[in-house]
Design a protein around this ligand. Structure first.
Ligand code: HEM
Length: 106
């Protein structure tokens, strides 16, 4: 992010910046930085995950992500992800295809 874009971002008075939502509103040119996603165990980053997610043995891949997105609270009871899920398999396929395209490193 350029210094000008950062200065514009910091003009927001939000306490909890929703970066992915606010950045496009700044009006600067954006581009995609390609990267190759590494596979990773669920609930194992520095984010304060729920105990439920930290204690699962799930490894994220397209199969586990599909089950998670179908109903997070069904797949991992006690999760803090307040998202009802995507009931339609087609919607999940589309979302996973989008994520695959964005994280394949191309
Ligand atoms: C539809 C697109 C979404 C995708 C692909 C997605 C994906 C994920 C994944 C894979 C995790 C687990 C991360 C890990 O184990 O390291 C996660 C966790 C979480 N997500 Fe989402 N998510 C989505 C939508 C949302 C929405 C709409 C919200 C908020 C309303 C949300 C809030 C959270 C929270 C709070 C956690 C942590 C859950 C916990 O600690 O139990 N997500 N998400």
């Amino acid at each position: 992010m350029s210094k000008r874009a950062l200065a514009a971002l910091l003009l927001h008075n939000e306490v909890n910046l929703f970066l992915r939502g606010i950045i496009p509103t700044l009006g600067f040119k954006t581009s995609i930085v390609p990267y190759a996603r590494q596979s990773r165990a669920a609930g194992k980053t520095d984010f304060a995950y729920s105990e439920a997610l930290r204690n699962t043995a799930i490894v994220w891949n397209e199969t586990t992500l599909d089950r998670w997105l179908a109903g997070p609270a069904t797949f991992v009871p006690g999760t803090k992800m307040a998202f009802v899920g995507l009931r339609e398999p087609r919607d999940r396929d589309d979302l996973i295809a989008f994520l695959r395209a964005r994280t394949s490193g191309k």
